[in-house]
Design a protein around this ligand. Structure first.
Ligand code: ATP
Ligand code: MG
Length: 343
């Protein structure tokens, strides 16, 4: 069974432990993003010199590019504690107030998926971020009154994969905004070489380049592919990843030469059946058996960047190149040479 989610940038259940094992702890271990790293170091140093807490930071960008990693690195460099939570986990205002009132000066509150905060909870953040207090209502009915609770000067770090969904009042309260973008194959190669070291396997430059080229600019995907390929090497009784093992591993997870996964090809096939005329997202989702959100956030961006798919007013359409990819694949399968040719 080919793994259809091999290219999901979101962490998979069994991957969290691996993520934390491979996660850089200090800036020196964080590969790439030189501008972001330089900026953050400067703001950290400034805050330290002034003896103040760091300004609130918002990290945005696609999944798996290092937002959580950076939040932890910042806490580490500042030698403060970090309290992690997420938008969907904070269902009631009192959950947030509880976290806020327990923060000490300089501590970091990390809210992942901050675009998914409930509005009632979000409203408490406005004063909490700007003026470091929250007003809570005690007693209800006619005796209801609000009391003001002062907070220590903490730092909020928010992370979001959907910056566009953040409300303007919330967004405007972040003094620092850093957008993370996809990594270059060269940067991914460096990450792979380092991860191989942590995982206790040998990998040569050529194999690392091969895997980097199929990782869609995403460190989490690069590490995921490496782990599957390590299994192939170890099953063959070796702790060395050769180009051959790398190819075999990629073939097993269904990734082809173009870096397309099984799910990408199925999406293109649905569009091809309609001869390139637009198909609605709902229909695509139903036919391929995947959620609309996932198709939009995970698969489409790559297909669009590769010039294989277009978003039109009436739905999604395969481009001429996209249709060609489907034809090539079908021909490959007919010849029975899919594996040799495509991978
Ligand atoms: N710059 C980097 N250098 C080395 N490894 C990295 C880098 N960025 C990310 N990684 C690796 O990728 C994994 C995923 O990164 P991280 O969890 O920080 O992503 P994220 O942007 O928070 O994703 P999500 O949106 O899913 O929360 C990390 O565990 C780490 O192993
Ligand atoms: Mg994260």
């Amino acid at each position: 069974m080919k793994d259809q989610s091999i290219y999901s940038g979101f962490p998979q259940d069994d991957e969290r432990a691996l993520d934390s094992m491979l996660r850089p702890r200090v800036f020196a271990e964080f590969v790439g993003r030189p501008n972001t790293v330089e900026n953050l170091k400067t703001w950290i140093q400034g805050a330290r010199l002034r003896g103040e807490s760091l300004d609130h930071i918002l990290f945005s960008g696609p999944p798996g590019l290092g937002k959580t990693t950076l939040a932890y690195i910042i806490a580490n460099e500042l030698e403060v504690s970090i309290k992690p939570t997420s938008g969907p986990a904070l269902t009631r205002p009192r959950d947030l107030v509880g976290l806020l009132t327990n923060l000490r000066t300089g501590d970091i509150l990390f809210i992942d998926e901050i675009h998914r905060l409930d509005v009632r909870v979000e409203e408490y953040l406005y004063t909490a971020m700007e003026d470091f207090f929250v007003s809570i209502i005690v007693d209800s009915g006619v005796h209801g009154r609000s009391i003001k609770i002062d907070l220590k000067r903490y730092t909020l770090i928010g992370a979001t994969t959907r910056e566009g969904l953040l409300s303007p009042p919330l967004r405007s309260r972040f003094q620092i905004m850093e957008r993370l973008d996809f990594y270059t194959p060269e940067e991914l190669k460096r990450i792979l070489l380092k991860s191989a070291g942590v995982l206790g396997i040998e990998i040569n430059d050529e194999s690392a380049e091969l895997i980097a080229g199929r990782s869609r600019g995403t460190p989490r995907i690069a590490n995921r592919l490496l782990r599957r390929i390590r299994d192939v090497a170890q099953a063959g009784g070796s702790s060395t990843v050769t180009v051959q093992t790398a190819r075999e591993g990629l073939r097993r997870v269904g990734v082809d030469k173009m870096g397309l996964s099984e799910m990408d090809r199925r999406i293109l096939q649905v569009l091809a059946r309609n001869s390139g005329r637009p198909v609605g997202l709902k229909t695509i989702a139903a036919v391929v058996g995947e959620q609309e959100d996932t198709i939009e956030d995970v698969y489409e961006p790559f297909l669009i960047r590769q010039g294989l798919l277009e978003r039109t007013a009436r739905g999604r359409a395969a481009t001429a190149e996209g249709l060609q990819v489907v034809r090539n694949h079908l021909e490959g399968e007919e010849k029975g040479s899919a594996q040799g040719e495509l991978f």
